[in-house]
Design a protein around this ligand. Structure first.
Ligand code: FEO
Length: 399
């Protein structure tokens, strides 16, 4: 069994990266990441689909071996896939790049490549024959950059989907989902989507709609496993994330200077549990990676935010979290806020109000408490928990 063979004519030649600590220099990679690349051997010509990150190019060439591709299809120009392109062009002097008009501009900018003799510009729906196999191109802008496109082989129902349906996590031996335990990849798919692609939900939905009529035997993304048996699950997760359709869960996110706001976070969690809520996640922004907090905020319905007031603002980590939500155009959430202050009473209320106005979300409830927690604070927290859980339960019931 050739573990890297996907169909009789499609082969995996990608590489794993367990060296880079943070993707895009900011998102942790506890399980590494793969840069996927594929060889398609037609009867008349051979295509290489997507490149790799330059750091891994020597291993990549080892995987390609003696194969001499005629084409390199560039579905996406982010440098985790495109930084090896200058080396690929040198290694295969007769190879031509296939991309779209936007790819062409980025090839010039990122790779100083500007040779019209070696570039084939394709549009939505164009096809290039490899003999017995066809490459058909679908423009899917903003999944994840403006130039992103996907490539389909109709004869074998194989879709090369770029970042679409991808996830963090290096490949540990097998390449296709049916040959491995995929458990580790699903949390990494939520984290990958919400952190990297999350802002572009409407474009992802447009791509899903465009591709919905295609028969799919294999989805070959640029990161993570090749999907075969688990295509329905992967497509469903992507559709739900892209449409901001949340699961039944409450995420309490807090940043607490001296423990009062943290104590209220625990009290709220106990109240939510007592009211019957089973899925409750508490993230202290002191300990949790922002990457995980963003993923859970995307995945679950209700976000409860607690922060001490700090220098007439919210705590810096809370402001970073709110900015991350605004950047990703978060929608369809129940939100509520709370937190302690020492002398600046109106600060937190104003900040959460501004967040609600910016996102278009409704702030279900808010309360602030002065200095240490009192019996009145606890009573107010219980009322707050009941109000939030009422809104949460009603919204979940409406889905
Ligand atoms: Fe894997 Fe948007 O690059």
């Amino acid at each position: 069994m050739n573990i890297n063979q996907i169909t009789p004519d499609v082969f995996y030649v990608g590489v794993n990266d367990r060296v880079t600590e943070k993707f895009e220099a900011q998102w942790p990679l506890p399980y590494g990441v793969s840069y996927n690349s594929y060889i398609v051997k037609g009867s008349d010509a051979t295509a290489l689909i997507d490149g790799v990150k330059i750091d891994t190019v020597l291993e990549f060439f080892n995987h390609i071996g003696q194969i001499v591709p005629d084409y390199l299809v560039v579905n996406h120009m982010e440098p985790d896939h495109s930084s090896a392109i200058p080396e690929i062009l040198k290694a295969f002097p007769n190879l031509k790049i296939i991309g779209n008009a936007q790819t062409q501009g980025m090839l010039k900018g990122f790779c100083h490549f500007d040779d019209p003799e070696r570039f084939i510009c394709v549009k939505d729906g164009d096809e290039i024959s490899l003999g017995n196999l066809t490459l058909k191109f679908y423009m899917t802008p903003m999944v994840h950059w403006p130039e992103t496109m996907m490539t389909y082989i109709p004869e074998q129902a194989v879709l090369f989907s770029g970042d679409g349906f991808g996830c963090f996590g290096a490949l540990n031996g097998a390449v296709i989902d049916r040959d491995m335990d995929t458990t580790v990849y699903y949390p990494e798919m939520y984290r990958y989507y919400s952190n990297i692609v999350g802002k572009y939900g409407k474009f992802v939905m447009a791509a899903l709609n465009k591709l919905s009529a295609l028969k799919l035997e294999y989805i070959c993304p640029t990161h993570g496993p090749v999907w075969n048996q688990e295509i329905p699950r992967v497509v469903d997760i992507t559709r739900r994330l892209a449409s901001y359709e949340s699961e039944d869960g409450v995420v309490i996110v807090y940043s607490s200077m001296y423990g009062n706001t943290a104590e209220i976070a625990d009290l709220l969690a106990s109240e939510f549990a007592a009211l019957g809520q089973k899925k409750i996640i508490i993230h202290s922004l002191t300990h949790s990676a922002m990457s995980d907090v963003i993923a859970d905020a995307f995945r679950y319905k209700t976000i409860v935010m607690g922060s001490s007031v700090y220098s007439m603002r919210l705590m810096p980590a809370m402001e970073q979290f709110l900015n991350a939500m605004v950047t990703r155009e978060i929608k369809n959430k129940v939100i509520a806020g709370f937190g302690g202050f020492t002398w600046a009473q109106g600060v937190a209320a104003a900040k959460y109000k501004e967040f609600a106005e910016t996102t278009g979300l409704e702030l279900t409830d808010f309360f602030a408490f002065k200095q240490a927690i009192s019996a009145e604070t606890r009573e107010r927290a219980r009322e707050f928990a009941a109000t939030v859980m009422n809104a949460h339960t009603k919204t979940i019931a409406d889905v």
